[in-house]
Design a protein around this ligand. Structure first.
Ligand code: PAF
Length: 283
């Protein structure tokens, strides 16, 4: 695996690969890698001759500065995992390399409704930060295929919209890969390493509350179902930002289900200091 820290060096190397007719797959990450990330690398390696992974903890997407300071950084372990996973290139830029003009966000991405609900509502500015960094990364890597985890359901929609909005000079195919889970059901996440032992045991409640919604879903009013799912979180010490049922294709919140449209249940909740998110397709 080759490690690049400078855009110019990355560009030159990738240009050579393109000239040789090689397809490029890209997995953007913020590090603290786990099997979920490695499954994205694996998917990319199967369909592309070159797989690029980026590790960059992006300061502009943290609406809470403390969350940024505490974001887990495990670079040596990450590099070892990537070397053993079939990743060809690791791009690990500095903050100055990514934001030579400073951390202000000069562009506003028109994400419309998507930015007003769920993560957009509870983490103001978060998706603008995601868009600015992904825009920069896509311009630097210009991949044929982009790999994203379904765990960040709303982020997948935002990035899909971003790719439409920015119209890059190359068509990028977005591949959304399934969430990987621990044996008890907890979705794999970089933030899980911040859970203390007792919190880790309780954390599975977020999966249980989503499973409860899936298993008890019926046509009609959904408010009791959501309330009961929220009770599962509360009983386990979670402070809920939201637990919602939404259209799987557009994330419009659904109060009354017609028994037909495709649904996804989405949740975000804190266990003490640690905020976890998860989602589940329901039908
Ligand atoms: O999902 C993440 O890890 C980040 O939001 C991303 C897409 C790498 C942008 O910083």
């Amino acid at each position: 695996m080759i490690l690049f820290k400078k855009t110019e060096d990355l560009h030159k190397w990738l240009d050579d690969q393109r000239k040789k007719g090689k397809k490029i797959g890209f997995v953007p990450t913020m590090g603290a890698l786990h099997e979920g990330h490695l499954s994205l690398i694996e998917s990319s390696s199967k369909s592309n001759q070159v797989t690029v992974c980026s590790i960059f903890v992006n300061p502009t997407q943290f609406n809470d500065p403390k969350d940024y300071e505490r974001y887990p950084v495990t670079i040596e372990k990450d590099i070892e995992l990537l070397e053993n996973s079939g990743c060809d290139v690791l791009f690990m830029p500095s903050v100055v390399e990514m934001y030579p003009e400073g951390l202000g966000l000069p562009l506003h991405y028109d994400l419309g409704y998507l930015e007003t609900i769920l993560e957009g509502k509870f983490r103001p500015g978060h998706f603008q930060g995601v868009c600015v960094v992904v825009h920069k990364l896509l311009e630097k890597v210009l991949p044929d295929n982009l790999y994203l985890g379904q765990k960040d359901y709303q982020q997948c929609m935002v990035i899909t919209k971003l790719v439409d909005l920015i119209g890059l000079k190359k068509k990028i195919i977005i591949n959304i890969c399934p969430t990987l889970r621990e044996p008890d059901g907890l979705a794999m996440s970089s933030r899980n390493v911040r859970l203390k032992e007792d919190e880790r045991k309780k954390a599975v409640a977020i999966f249980q509350s989503l499973s409860f919604i899936r298993d008890n879903l019926e046509k009609g009013d959904l408010s009791d179902l959501k309330q009961n799912a929220n009770n599962i979180l509360a009983k386990n010490g979670f402070r809920t930002d939201y637990i919602e049922i939404a259209g799987a294709n557009n994330l419009s919140l659904v109060k009354e289900w017609d028994g037909k449209i495709k649904l996804v249940a989405v949740a975000a909740a804190f266990l003490n200091e640690v905020r976890l998110i998860d989602n589940m397709l329901l039908n």
